[in-house]
Design a protein around this ligand. Structure first.
Ligand SMILES: Cc1ncc(COP(=O)(O)O)c(C=O)c1O
Length: 473
């Protein structure tokens, strides 16, 4: 991230947190340049960027001011509380048809599941790939076909350690992305026909995995800020023979909700009481916004897991190397069986991708990259929230996650998000419609928007178009 972008991010954070209120003057170019030790042209560049993001505007001969609607806190979405009976899942057709239409590179990628490739250190990773492969002995090309390259397992265990968790490398199975980890984990603890507790709304691939394994979904509502509703979960566990659960305790997709430490402890107590295995999908673990997590990075439920009930699944797809397809599962008491399932299905993860990541994690400046990535995402979130406020109907509700790169918008009730999805595509804009996140195809008037790409004039125009489509509906 360039100096002017860093400075712009600092100002946008002041606006977002209300320290700089609407109508207030931002520091003059001269003041800012002196106070921050940067050149006046760097300050100008930062202010142009903030102007483009709709956060400030220039007044002739007076300077720059925070725009009126730059920091209005839009209301949070409601929690969908209707209790649903356990249901079979049949969403794949819908999900495939939506995902199939997101592949066009020319669309504005608000429907994308990945951040922009511009935000990843791909050249540095390529260097690591070459170095890692050169260091492999010819023998290793065969002998290292295990369920995890030792160097990579060590690096992953070290990251857990920095986060305050002791995790033996023997508990790690490296997988083909988190998706394989989650598939193997669920397969290991269920039989066709079993009930599995999942979130509502849930990441659409969760629904597809349940569909593939012929499992039945028990949907538990998720609060847009506080996460899974533990009272409903407790009630469902007492009344239904649920065999496993699949939750995201941190930066849930699509809501961005995170459980507090107290609620994580409550959830873990429930797991222990019912001896219930839990898949903890934690692929956004590294994408918390630094400025708001001043203490230490959030810990997963896995950190409490003395009984080995939690299968913690992580990935490099969202924060470092999409397409390398490297994830992992730390599977507690299920490790041995999952290793065997891995060997029986795909034998071993790809060796080149593993050695590249092991070298990068050791030498590539991962933490520096993450700090830049988090700051970029946070700035982009501010820009998208401001655009929603500017262009969308007044009664739109939206999440304000403390990380990740998704916003969940609850639109006026009469909006059909599947129809909106088609109309938006016709204008070259992708988005993810609500029903793909539900076993029962609820959330018809909701959409998930990604702010994973750098904000530019095309993003701003696309938000304006979406707003016009919504107001005309
Ligand atoms: C919540 C969630 N879990 C798992 C995955 C899959 O991750 P991977 O690409 O590592 O398989 C994704 C990717 O979209 C995701 O959003």
């Amino acid at each position: 991230m360039k100096r002017y972008e860093r400075f712009a991010a600092e100002i946008s954070n002041l606006i977002r947190t209300g320290i700089l209120a609407p109508g207030e003057r931002v520091p003059s170019v001269r003041q800012a340049s002196k106070a921050h030790g940067i050149s006046p042209s760097t300050v100008f560049q930062a202010y142009y960027l903030l102007e483009n993001q709709g956060l400030i505007s220039a007044r002739p001969r007076s300077g720059y001011f925070v725009r009126d609607n730059a920091s209005r806190i839009l209301d949070e979405p409601h929690v969908a509380l209707q209790q649903q009976a356990p249901s079979d899942v049949a969403v794949s057709e819908l999900v495939f048809s939506v995902l199939g239409s997101l592949r066009d590179n020319d669309t504005v990628p608000f429907g994308s599941a990945f951040p922009s490739p511009e935000l990843f250190p791909l050249a540095r990773l390529a260097t690591s790939m070459t170095r890692g492969l050169r260091q492999l002995s010819s023998h290793a090309v065969i002998s290292d076909m295990t369920t995890g390259h030792p160097d990579l397992c060590r690096q992953i265990a070290q990251r857990y350690m920095v986060n305050g968790m002791q995790l033996p490398t023997e508990e790690l199975v490296i997988t083909n992305g988190a998706m394989e980890a989650l598939n193997l984990g669920l397969q290991c603890v269920t039989q066709p026909g079993d009930l599995v507790a999942i979130e509502a709304p849930a990441f659409y691939a969760t629904l597809q995995v349940l569909e593939r394994l012929k499992l039945r979904a028990v949907e538990i509502p998720v609060h847009p800020r506080d996460g899974i509703d533990l009272e409903v979960l407790e009630n469902r566990l007492e009344t239904l023979p649920i065999k496993a659960c699949w939750f995201m305790s941190h930066l849930q997709n699509p809501l961005g909700a995170s459980l507090s430490d107290a609620r994580k402890a409550q959830l873990y107590a429930l797991l222990c009481r019912h001896q219930l295995p839990m898949l903890e999908d934690d692929v956004y673990a590294e994408l918390y916004f630094d400025q708001r997590a001043e203490v230490s990075p959030p810990q997963p439920v896995k950190a409490l897991d003395v009984e080995g009930l939690v299968m913690h699944c992580g990935s490099f797809s969202k924060c470092l190397a999409p397409g390398y397809r490297v994830g992992w599962i730390s599977a507690g008491r299920h490790t041995r069986e999952i290793s065997r399932l891995k060997l029986m299905t795909t034998i071993s993860p790809s060796l080149p991708a593993q050695v590249a990541l092991a070298d990068y994690l050791q030498n590539g400046g991962y933490d520096r990259h993450l700090r830049k990535l988090r700051l970029a995402l946070e700035t982009q979130q501010t820009a998208m929230l401001a655009a929603i406020d500017r262009y969308f109907p007044e009664d739109t509700r939206v999440t304000h996650p403390h990380g990740g790169y998704f916003l969940w918008c609850e639109l006026p009730e009469h909006i059909d998000s599947l129809a909106l999805f088609q109309q938006a595509l016709a204008h070259g804009i992708s988005l993810a419609p609500g029903p793909i996140f539900s076993a029962t195809q609820g959330f018809k008037h909701c959409i998930r928007l990604s702010y994973g790409h750098p904000w530019d004039a095309a993003s701003e125009r696309a938000m304006q178009t979406l707003g016009e489509l919504l107001k005309a509906a």
